[in-house]
Design a protein around this ligand. Structure first.
Ligand SMILES: [Mg+2]
Length: 271
C-alpha cells in the first residue's frame, strides 16, 4: 500500500508507536508562561529541537484502518459492519477510555477500544474481539501508512536550521522498524509501548527531551491531538503547535493547517 522509501535511519532511542484513542485522562495542562499562548520558548531560549507526533501528523493512516477497512475486516469475521457508524462508534470508544484508562500503555486496552468500535458499527456478536485484535495488528503494519506530502519538505527545512527531530507517539507498532521502513531521518523516538506511558503523560515527553539532550524551553512539539500533543507538551513548558489539517480548532492561537507553515511559525528564516 505504501512504497517503502530508501532507509536512512539516523537515530535513536526506545520505541514503538502511535494511534487509536485520541486521548484519555490527562494531567492538568499548564503553560509555564502563564496566559501566553506562545508557551514554552522564552525570549532567552534558542530552539534546538522539534518533536512530532506520528499518526495524522507526519503519517496518514491508510484506508485499511478506516471505516471501509473495518467493513472488510468484519466480513472475514462474519460481521456486518456499517461504515457510516464508524465516526460515532469511535467517539463512543474514546469517551469510554477517557473515563476508564490510566495513562499507561496496555495492549489490551487498544484491543478493547477497537472492539467497542466494531460493536458500535454493528458487530455486536461473536467474532467482535477477534476482529478487533486483527484491526489492532493492522495498526502495526508499516505499509498501512503514508507520509503526508508536507512532511519531508518540512523536516528537510528544519534540518537546514540544524534542528534535532524527535518522534513521540502512542501505539503498538515497532517504531524503529517503522522509521526504517519509511526512510525517515530522526534523532530520537519514544513510543508508548516501549516507554510504558502514553501521551499526554509528562514522562513520555521528558524521555524524548532526554533522548535529544535538550530542555523543554529549547523544544517545540507538533501534533494533531490537542489533548495528547498540545496539552501534554505545554504541561512541561514545551511550546506546542497544533497541526489542524481539517480546521477543527480555528480559535487555537498556536495552530497551522499544513506542516509547510511550521518553519515560519517557529520563526525560522527562509533561505
Ligand atoms: Mg496523532
Amino acid at each position: 500500500m505504501v512504497p517503502p522509501r530508501t532507509p536512512s535511519f539516523r537515530a535513536t532511542h526506545s520505541g514503538r508507536c502511535d494511534r487509536p484513542p485520541g486521548r484519555l485522562s490527562r494531567p492538568p495542562a499548564r503553560s509555564r508562561l502563564g496566559s501566553s499562548p506562545w508557551s514554552g520558548l522564552s525570549s532567552a531560549s534558542v530552539l534546538k529541537a522539534v518533536l512530532f507526533d506520528v499518526d495524522f501528523t507526519l503519517f496518514r493512516p491508510g484506508p485499511e484502518l478506516g471505516p471501509e477497512g473495518y467493513r472488510r475486516l468484519g466480513e472475514r469475521h462474519g460481521l456486518t459492519l456499517d461504515p457510516d457508524l464508524y465516526a460515532q462508534a469511535r467517539i463512543g470508544a474514546i469517551e469510554t477510555l477517557s473515563r476508564e484508562r490510566e495513562l499507561v500503555h496496555d495492549d489490551d486496552v487498544w484491543i478493547a477500544f477497537t472492539e467497542q468500535i466494531v460493536r458500535g458499527m454493528g458487530g455486536d456478536a461473536e467474532g467482535a474481539r477477534a476482529c478487533a485484535t486483527e484491526m489492532v495488528r493492522e495498526w502495526e503494519r508499516h505499509e498501512n501508512f503514508t507520509l503526508y506530502e508536507d512532511a519531508l519538505p518540512t523536516l528537510d527545512e528544519l534540518r537546514r536550521h540544524d534542528l534535532r527531530i524527535g518522534l513521540v507517539t502512542n501505539g503498538q507498532r515497532d517504531l524503529e522498524e517503522f522509521v526504517v521502513h519509511h526512510g525517515l531521518e530522526v534523532d530520537a523516538m519514544v513510543g508508548s509501548r516501549a516507554h510504558g506511558r502514553i501521551k499526554p503523560h509528562p514522562s513520555i515527553f521528558v524521555a524524548a527531551l532526554q533522548a535529544l539532550g535538550v530542555a523543554a524551553d529549547e523544544t517545540a512539539m507538533v501534533g494533531d491531538s490537542y489533548e495528547d500533543d498540545i496539552e501534554g507538551a505545554r504541561s512541561l513548558g514545551i511550546r506546542a503547535i497544533l497541526l489542524d489539517r481539517d480546521g477543527l480548532r480555528p480559535d487555537e492561537p498556536e495552530r497551522i493547517d499544513t506542516l509547510l507553515a511550521l518553519p515560519a511559525a517557529l520563526g525560522l528564516a527562509r533561505g
